[in-house]
Write a protein that binds this ligand. Structure first.
Ligand code: MOS
Length: 749
């Protein structure tokens, strides 16, 4: 007897479902790393250096040791041995670490000792009692200082110089030429959750509660440092309170692990907010020179983007800020060059849209200046120079709906009728009003990942992947991909993640996590379905008998004949008849080198900003932001919008707020706290809209996903800066834009 099925369940991907872990977070039940208190746990507090260069000559260990509750003071003298020099960088993506190897100080805020105590208070008091004495050397912490060198590579192995066509010739032939310099400051990582670790050694096995953006990389580095197999390191990182690129392994976390080894008890070490300004990487400052040429028709003839940036005295990370100029505009001649100086700071590193964020504020400002020089509307100017193929490589784009982004964003914002000249618009209160546009872009990347999928006896599904949810909603998006790949409703799908003993789903970085882990999950799910199909179609008792593998489809917990969806059966029935408790498969994802060879893959967007500026006080308010983004297939529009909002708000922060002030005499960050290191609050961002522009990408990866985590910050910062010019007529080229810039600048307009 064949029962007629009516299975109507649709795809889960594309649905705006809310975060699966939302209730845990709003009720406080979500357990972050530092919420774990294993029995016998001690507290560790890092003592950090007050100088930026020199040596620690003495520490009052006796005073700290004698303090009630203090169990141990860890210094270079008694720090447990490591199997690898902390300055050895042979493990991929690793930075040189300060693990109390000697008394040398390389930057302000560097850990110089760790105090371990029965209570957090005792540890903090003990750390204060150490009162280090120093032999200080003169420091350099400004881009003006130091001898510049041409770095061998920038970012992650990109060349420091790129030439396409003849820039000098293009500039010589241009009807309009501009040469402008833009400066961006150092920005420091301020994720809500500071870096920390709860570490416990059981023999040579290491148990860690620690936020991380990459299990395998962290295991690899710790394995090398401690001389133990990676499999002996168990990391739990179910939730991160933000990562933004800073939460690969950092030296303070390793110090917590060393402290646990020293005292033979579990140890918790969490950085204080002020201690984040040093050892956990930061966004490097840049000074960027843009030279542009354009024809009488407003077509770019040449684009030269030169970046001066800084790395630390002892390690190399070069902010790849000129990368945006390879991609965005159709100049026949493009050149990008770099120079760097060494400063007495911690080593800079990845921070949301590393390279693109700083580079795009300069390029978008320069494009605005050139549009102005050509007497063109800045949007029209960008369209005039629309890149139909990737300018430097000549490759076609895997997909590019940027034209639609411009059109939909402009329509929603109401860009039409924008006066060409600045200082033309006022609101009813007399505020100067300005409108600006910026183009957003970020490469569509993908790494390697693995996952495991299971259909259980009762027809429900389980997918396991060592993936990372930094707050972006990865748990939810991955569950949606998993549900679809297994043909289950998402409610019937258990998604298990955030542990290093699960298949490694790749790093959460480069806006590539959904493509990477999602690809692996999809692969695992499809393999399970293929096995189910094999069971059913080869069994004469199944209504699917005789339908080949390609002839069935999995949906709503059923396998159905593709040619007649009223015929099929439940997963649970297939398993029961086969006498199986479950069917499982491993899946993986790897980037396709052939596709990368053939196509340039980038997400794009257009951001429109309105600002209001007080003509007397120079106070700037962003009143409206509209971003339209095309990033391939969207798994969850609600979560994706939220990523765009977050990115755009950081763009506002970049243009108007964030600025780490380094004291030239001491090398210390003078505003190392959330009171004086400014970030936007709700009142700074009244209205943000994100439009999801449809884009189908058949090439970029199996899921057609381009990534949405970082692109929002690009484009936005430039749009805000351009709007400030349009409101005031003052072109500020040093970020963040300050009231002083506008008041002083106004005097000359
Ligand atoms: Mo991101 S800066 O790749 O976490």
């Amino acid at each position: 007897m064949t029962e007629v099925l009516q299975v109507r369940h649709g795809s889960s991907a594309g649905q705006p479902i809310t975060r699966r872990d939302g209730p845990l977070k709003v009720t406080g039940a979500a357990r972050y790393a530092a919420d774990n208190h294993p029995p016998g746990m001690l507290h560790a507090v890092v003592a950090t250096s007050a100088i930026a260069r020199g040596r620690v000559t003495s520490l009052n260990e006796a005073a700290a040791d004698a303090h009630p509750g203090v169990v141990a003071v860890m210094t270079p003298a008694n720090r447990p041995a490591l199997a690898m020099d902390p300055d050895d960088k042979s493990v991929p993506f690793s930075f040189r670490m300060d693990l109390l190897q000697d008394g040398r100080v390389r930057y302000a805020g560097q850990p110089v000792a760790v105090v371990i105590a029965e209570t957090l208070e005792a540890a903090a008091e003990g750390a204060a009692l150490l009162a280090p004495c120093y032999e200080a050397e003169p420091v350099e912490v400004s881009l003006d200082q130091g001898e510049a060198f041409v770095p061998p590579v920038v970012g992650v192995g990109a060349p420091a110089e790129l030439r396409h066509g003849d820039v000098e010739k293009g500039l010589a032939e241009a009807a309009q030429r501009i040469e402008t310099t833009y400066e961006t400051p150092a920005q420091f990582h301020n994720a809500m959750e500071p870096h920390g670790v709860v570490a416990a050694w059981v023999g040579d096995t290491l148990s860690l509660d620690m936020p991380t953006q990459g299990f395998a990389l962290t295991q690899m580095r710790l394995a090398a440092l401690f001389g133990i197999p990676a499999e002996s390191i168990h990391i739990r990182s179910p939730f991160l309170g933000g990562g933004f690129g800073s939460k690969l392994l950092t030296s303070p976390q390793v110090l917590g692990i060393l402290a646990a080894r020293l005292v033979g008890r579990p140890v918790k070490l969490v950085l204080r907010r002020g201690q984040m300004y040093g050892p956990v990487t930061h966004r490097a400052p840049t000074r960027q020179v843009l030279r542009l040429g354009a024809s009488v028709d407003g077509e770019l003839t040449a684009l030269h983007h030169h970046v001066r940036t800084a790395t630390s005295r002892f390690d190399d990370f070069i902010e790849p800020a000129a990368g945006v100029s390879h991609t965005l505009y159709a100049a026949p001649a493009v050149r990008t060059t770099y120079e760097a100086v060494r400063l007495d700071t911690g080593t800079p590193g990845f921070m949301r849209a590393p390279g693109e964020a700083s580079g795009s504020i300069a390029l978008e400002s320069a494009m605005d200046e050139m549009a102005q020089a050509c007497g063109m509307d800045p949007l029209e100017f960008r369209l005039r120079n629309y890149a139909e193929v990737e300018p430097v490589s000549g490759k076609p784009f895997s997909s590019k709906a940027l034209r639609e982004c411009y059109a939909q964003g402009a329509a929603q914002f109401g860009w039409a009728g924008r006066p060409l000249l600045p200082r033309q618009m006022r609101d009813e209160g007399g505020m100067l009003v300005g409108w600006g546009v910026g183009t957003a872009t970020f490469p569509a990347l993908m790494f390697q990942g693995a996952a495991r999928a299971v259909i259980r006896q009762d027809g429900s599904g389980l997918v396991e992947a060592g993936a990372h949810d930094m707050g972006q909603g990865a748990w939810t998006a991955f569950a949606q991909i998993a549900a679809d790949s297994l043909g289950l409703d998402v409610e019937r799908l258990e998604f298990c993640s955030g542990r290093s003993d699960l298949p490694d789903a790749g790093i959460a970085g480069g806006s590539a996590h959904t493509a990477t882990a999602g690809g692996a999950i999809r692969d695992a799910g499809q393999k399970v379905v293929a096995r189910l199909a094999e069971l059913a179609t080869t069994d004469a008792r199944s209504p699917l008998f005789g339908a080949s593998n390609v002839g069935v489809v999995a949906r709503g917990g059923h396998l159905l004949r593709r040619d007649d969806e009223s015929r099929g059966e439940r997963f649970a029935d297939i398993l029961a008849r086969a006498g199986l408790a479950e069917i499982e498969a491993q899946g993986s994802s790897v980037p396709d080198a052939a596709i990368a060879e053939r196509y340039a893959a980038h997400a794009h967007g257009a951001v429109f900003a309105e600002v209001k500026v007080d003509p007397e006080l120079g106070q700037v308010r962003v009143t409206r932001l509209v971003g339209a983004f095309a990033a391939g297939r969207i798994i969850n529009p609600r979560l994706v919008r939220s990523q765009y909002y977050g990115g755009m708000i950081w763009g506002v922060s970049f243009a108007l707020h964030e600025h780490a002030l380094l004291d030239r005499r001491t090398g210390r960050v003078m505003n190392a706290d959330l009171a004086e290191y400014r970030v936007p609050v709700n009142a700074d961002v009244p209205s943000v809209e994100a439009i999801l522009v449809e884009e189908e990408d058949p090439y970029v990866n199996a899921l057609g996903i381009k990534g949405v985590g970082e692109i929002g910050i690009t484009g936005t910062a430039g749009a805000v800066a351009n709007a400030v010019w349009h409101a005031t007529g003052v072109r500020v080229r040093r970020f963040p834009i300050s009231i002083e810039d506008l008041i002083e600048g106004s005097a000359t307009v």
